[in-house]
Design a protein around this ligand. Structure first.
Ligand code: 3PG
Length: 394
């Protein structure tokens, strides 16, 4: 793909697709990470004299104009982060957008209203993509976290205008490629989360790519049950035991070492601070719920991690939102952070709850790369082609 280094931006109208799908409470942005991540690209285009026209979606309004999904309240958060004025247009196509763009001077920044207010966006309707394309001279995609969607603003536009990857897209693809495509070995993956049903493809792909696969969280229980171990009242997908056995067999033939908990912190209730104790995995009682990995499992994972050169992490090892069942996730995250700082490890994490879990463990800052992508990160871990990325590399 082409990067901004090779783009002539001076005086050009640059349609910059960003991901502003940020969490909000009562219209106030509660986490600005995604905004911070796109600033380098905005500044780069602006400094080179381009007119920055931001395209983004917000929520899932399904082709209808819904006030609660307007991007307008996000403007002040971008202005605070960028420390400069941002214009806003009430529509992303047509006369309203055209008039706002006509007002722009070189280097100015304009945010257009939610692309998903139009049905053509999610349908990747060529007519809608053409309406967007009319507004710009150049297309830049900096929204890796929306690249798993083949929408007009993430995919269609790349075929209609000279298309470039933004700085965040570039950094993200580089980090991900270093972690799984051309990694320093041994490579360890840590996969946690509640269910294997949502991560079957992901596990299947990782087994072929990594040397060590640590499975934690609720999904580990299904594997333990598949090996005939007692799981008591723990979360477990009993209908997937055969699948779990097939994954274990695949791992063996692919020379991927699967690491499951050897001990666990168990409680009788799924509640914060529920009375708990530690048991060897063979001794989980009938009324026990496994809520975290135990100290021996933590020590085992840490000893393997100390030998790894690359780590890819998705999903917490236990019920991290309910202390003290965050201990396993916290301990392993802090060890990974320390090894990263000591330059022994390249660590990449992303998807769903993962960044929140690492933040809670005070380990996020030290990681080599934290992806802001949820679904896109998972699809990448599954080995799928992301339409937004593919369109840039065509
Ligand atoms: C995200 O928040 O993960 C992306 O912005 C994609 O949003 P979507 O799942 O609504 O397509």
């Amino acid at each position: 793909f082409k990067t901004l280094d090779s783009a002539d931006l001076d005086g050009k109208r640059v349609l910059l697709r960003v991901d502003l799908n940020v969490p909000t409470e009562n219209g106030v942005v509660t986490d600005k990470t995604r905004i911070e991540r796109v600033l380098p690209t905005i500044e780069d285009i602006s400094k080179k004299g381009g007119k920055v026209i931001l395209l983004a979606h917000f929520g899932r309004p399904k082709g209808e104009r819904k006030e609660e999904d307007s991007l307008k309240p996000i403007v002040s958060a971008i202005e605070e982060t960028a420390k400069r004025k941002i214009a806003f247009a009430d529509d992303c196509v047509g006369d309203v957008a055209g008039a706002a763009i006509a007002q722009l001077k070189n280097g100015d920044i304009l945010l257009l209203e939610n692309t998903r207010f139009h049905k053509g966006e999610e349908k990747n309707d060529p007519a809608f993509a053409a309406q967007l394309a009319k507004l710009g001279d150049i297309y830049v995609n900096d929204a890796f976290s929306a690249a798993h969607r083949a929408h007009a603003s993430t995919e269609g536009l790349a075929h209609l205008l000279p298309a470039y990857a933004g700085r965040t897209m570039q950094a993200e693809l580089q980090a991900l490629s270093e972690a799984l495509e051309h990694p320093a070995r041994p490579v360890m993956a840590i996969v946690g989360g509640a269910k294997i049903s949502t991560k079957l493809d992901l596990l299947g792909n990782l087994i072929r790519k990594v040397d060590i696969l640590v499975i934690g969280g609720g999904m580990a229980n299904t594997f333990l049950a598949a090996q005939g171990k007692p799981v008591g009242k723990s979360l477990c997908e009993h209908d997937l035991l055969e699948k779990a056995r097939a994954i274990l067999a695949d791992a063996q033939s692919s020379n991927c070492e699967i690491v499951l908990p050897i001990d666990a912190t168990v409680a009788q209730k799924f509640e914060a601070h529920a009375p708990s104790h530690i048991v060897a995995i063979e001794h989980v009682g009938e009324s026990d719920m496994i809520l975290d990995v135990g100290p021996k499992s933590i020590a085992h994972i840490e000893s393997l991690l100390a030998k790894a050169k690359t780590l890819v992490w998705n999903g917490p090892l236990g019920a991290f939102e309910l202390p003290p069942f965050d201990e396993g996730t916290n301990a392993v995250a802090q060890t990974a952070a320390r090894l990263t700082v000591e330059s022994k490890l390249l660590s990449v994490a992303g998807g769903g709850d993962t960044v929140a879990a690492l933040n809670q463990a005070h380990a996020a800052q030290e990681f080599s790369y934290l992806s802001t992508a949820g679904g896109a990160f998972l699809e990448w871990l599954e080995g799928k082609e992301l339409p937004g990325v593919a369109a840039l590399t065509k």
